[in-house]
Write a protein that binds this ligand. Structure first.
Ligand SMILES: [Zn+2]
Length: 235
């Protein structure tokens, strides 16, 4: 978990967003999964190698010993038991029963795909239950976001990331962190327009930015597309 925290903190620095930014937003922007997913794939890769060793090799002897322990003392925790549980959780228990597979590459690709699918499914469920993800659910798509490569000027790229992952100072977010108590959502209003100041208002409605908006026709085109979805989700 400590390593995961360091990794996440590095990802947030990379995006130029605040440390309080919701973690699942950050994984999505970078199209990354938990480090434990990579570790699990490496564990299975190593297990496949061990299963293919000749029986007199030390590593294989120890593995077979653990395998027998799993049969005689199923409650004892061993590395072999962890591998068996992992395969079971991925619906790939047949590989354990068969002591390996015919095609390692294909199998590892299947393991990766199952682990990623489980991660993304959990990620989607977290987002759908998150009150902070109303805007984010509109923009998000689990993959490395192309703008991170396309926008080469750091300050612009950071600003875009901050807007997308709600790491900004609009009232909808700053009201959440207001001390000593957070401001109720309905009262997080734009000081200029006296309506809810959220990402939609900032991008498409706030009269304070009318001049800037006129020069960016793409924003006006996107407005119609997002307004229906956004207002339905925000209710
Ligand atoms: Zn406004």
């Amino acid at each position: 978990m400590t390593l995961e925290r360091v990794y996440l903190s590095f990802c947030k620095k990379l995006l130029g967003v605040k440390i309080q930014t919701q973690n699942n937003f950050v994984y999505e922007e970078l199209g990354r999964t938990f480090l434990i997913v990579i570790r699990a794939v490496n564990v299975i890769r190593y297990w496949l190698k061990v299963t293919q060793l000749e029986n007199h090799k030390y590593v294989k002897c120890i593995y077979l010993h653990m395998y027998n322990i799993l049969i005689s003392k199923p409650n004892m925790h061993t590395w072999a038991k962890a591998v068996c549980n992992l395969l079971q959780s991925l619906g790939l228990h047949y590989a354990w029963i068969n002591h390996g597979v015919d095609d390692d590459t294909c199998f590892l690709s299947l393991v990766k795909s199952r682990l990623n699918d489980a991660f993304i499914q959990n990620w989607m469920s977290e987002l759908s239950n998150s009150s902070r993800a109303v805007s984010y659910n509109i923009f998000c798509k689990f993959e490395f976001q192309p703008y991170l490569n396309d926008v080469t000027i750091d300050k612009f790229r950071f600003s875009l990331s901050r807007l997308i992952v709600s790491s900004h100072r609009l009232e909808i977010e700053s009201g959440r962190w207001h001390k000593p108590e957070s401001i109720p959502v309905q009262e997080r209003k734009c000081q200029h327009c006296n309506v809810l100041e959220d990402e939609f208002h900032f991008l498409f409605e706030c009269s304070l930015y009318n001049d800037i908006r006129k020069n960016h026709k793409a924003i006006l085109l996107e407005r119609t597309k997002y307004s229906k979805i956004y207002r339905v989700n925000a209710i």
